[in-house]
Design a protein around this ligand. Structure first.
Ligand SMILES: [Zn+2]
Length: 406
């Protein structure tokens, strides 16, 4: 079975647009790319304005919560959360996102179901439970400490709290046991956690190094949630692959990222959405204050990173209801912060697999032999990036050559 797409423009993911180009998919892979005039016959042919790689959301969560409050996990049945997540998977796929790096949530289970063809959804590269110190960002501060790990065990299948280097190694192994493809660590305080401060480093250097080292032995990279500069610098010293949020990134931190080859996943969508809508979607008062305190600094950090050429990947940090499917809005926010539309498209395509290090699939770029994760789009996102924010512009979605939308 072969499918050919004839496009007014082909966006390879990394590189310049090519006009009047075609792509042929045979089975799960891309078998041919070239000028439409030279394209071989195929069983099915589709005509489109734009063909490009399926997009990646490199920072999302499938928690299946009913509001913007992580502590709702404690009062939500895992079965309910999973069922809600099925709708979120579908909406993400329909928005043209064929892959998600899920940095905490039910993703290890959802990944299995998607890979087995049981439910439609993006390929999920999941972290399992995020690693947090006691009183850290993923600790649930409003609950008794003795029930917190139980909540994570019940939902995600592994605990979240580790203290001391040995315990950190044990918890990395617990996530690997679930099938984690990336390890997530909270290296600073956060917004959605009550008693910690986003500026403070969480985990000592020794603990962070143990986490990165243990992950690396299993060929996994580490994604570090950090807002404050101390956490950013400590995470980079330890050798993490990605910095999530990066709100207090400055010139020194940008240069350190260039030195280590780390990628920034700024997640502007969550910051903007919570500032605008947090009050309406159940965000606790303490968290609303934190997000409004950090929002402007976060935008400056993105602008600094972009002006210094720090590699950027698209992530939304969607963890609350009724927002999945809006993943493509992040590209416009990256353009607002200084990327060109083509660079924003690279952040959402070629850069996605790069956030997984050795676990990266051959995807995110249109190259012969790579996975046929491909989308067709009405309009030209290189001149109007908002085209990709509207799922109805994504007319066809292919995953490893199988049509899953259109
Ligand atoms: Zn997140």
């Amino acid at each position: 079975m072969t499918t050919r797409i004839d496009a007014s423009r082909l966006l390879p993911g990394d590189g310049d647009p090519v006009e009047d180009a075609s792509i042929v998919m045979e089975g799960p892979t891309i078998s041919w790319i070239g000028p439409t005039g030279d394209a071989p016959e195929a069983d099915t042919t589709i005509e489109t304005d734009t063909v490009m790689p399926g997009m990646w959301d490199s920072h999302a969560h499938f928690f299946g919560l009913s509001g913007a409050d992580i502590e709702l996990l404690a009062t939500t049945a895992p079965q309910t959360a999973i069922l809600r997540s099925l709708a979120d998977l579908r909406a993400t796929l329909d928005a043209g996102f064929t892959s998600v790096r899920e940095v905490g949530g039910h993703g290890t289970y959802l990944s299995e179901a998607v890979e087995a063809g049981i439910v439609p959804g993006p390929w999920v590269y999941a972290a399992g439970a995020p690693l947090s110190q006691t009183a850290g960002h993923a600790d649930l501060h409003g609950l008794p400490i003795d029930v917190v790990d139980g909540v994570f065990e019940r939902h995600i299948g592994a605990p979240t709290i580790a203290d001391g280097a040995d315990d950190c190694r044990r918890l990395v192994r617990r996530q690997l046991r679930l099938g984690a493809r990336v390890i997530k660590v909270c290296a600073s305080g956060g917004v959605m956690s009550q008693v910690d401060h986003p500026k403070h480093q969480q985990f000592s250097d020794e603990e962070l190094k143990a986490i990165v080292d243990e992950a690396a032995r299993a060929e996994r990279v580490v994604a570090a949630h950090c807002h404050g500069k101390a956490g950013i610098m400590a995470a980079l010293r330890a050798g993490v692959k990605t910095i999530e949020h990066g709100s207090h990134l400055d010139v020194e931190a940008a240069k350190a990222m260039l030195d280590t080859g780390a990628i920034l996943v700024p997640t502007r969508f969550v910051v903007q959405h919570l500032v605008e809508r947090g009050r309406d979607i159940g965000m606790p008062d303490y968290a609303y204050k934190k997000i409004t305190d950090i929002a402007d600094r976060h935008l400056q950090a993105m602008q600094t990173a972009i002006s210094y050429g720090v590699p950027i990947a698209t992530g939304t940090d969607i963890f609350f209801p009724n927002t999945t499917g809006r993943n493509g809005e992040e590209l416009g926010l990256l353009v607002d912060a200084g990327l060109s539309p083509l660079e924003a498209i690279k952040a959402a395509t070629a850069m996605g697999p790069a956030t997984l290090g050795p676990q990266a699939p051959e995807a995110g770029i249109l190259i012969e032999g790579y996975d046929a994760d491909v989308i067709c789009v009405n309009g030209d996102p290189t001149t109007d990036i908002s085209v990709l924010a509207n799922p109805s512009n994504v007319t066809h979605v292919f995953q490893r050559g199988t049509l899953v939308k259109g």
